[in-house]
Design a protein around this ligand. Sequence first.
Ligand SMILES: [Zn+2]
Length: 183
Amino acid sequence: MMAPKFCPQCSTPLVLRKIHGRERETCPTCGETFFHKPAPVVLAVIEHADQLVLIRRKLDPLGGYWAPPGGYVEMGESLEDAVVREANEETGLQVAVDGLIGVYSQADVRAVILAFRAHSIGGEPVAGDDAGEICLVAPGQLPMQCPPEGGPPIDRWFYDVIHEVTTPWKWGRQTGARTMMRR
Ligand SMILES: [Zn+2]
């Protein structure tokens, strides 16, 4: 997330130049301009044995909070590939992707979240390296979590995204949560 201070190609200290109406970091030696772009992040809202799979995040943003597994998309994979990989790394489950829930962005956050619905097709739920713990949540049993206070803008934004993408799991079966989650 830190702005680069030196050119990654020739190690020259970067200078600010006005390009396309904005101050941007450029390399005075090789002329490269560094545009700051948000990076795509996938979230996997996974159903396993009629329950929602959540992990307790080890790292910021929202370290210590329960959230669907997710992470940055890497070169060489599609969004769906990233969902399958992150789900497996953080939960031990093999998943199939069911579809896009939504795309979320905020001007002062350098990430764009793409949330997908998925369901398990193999494996057993085990917390992976980036996950402190794992839990299976029955409809109507979402953990209560207080909004973060005083942190960077990404914290509250991410909290709101997690809330929104897990909303179908807020209600018990009698209100049709299961039907909503099924294709
Ligand atoms: Zn350079």
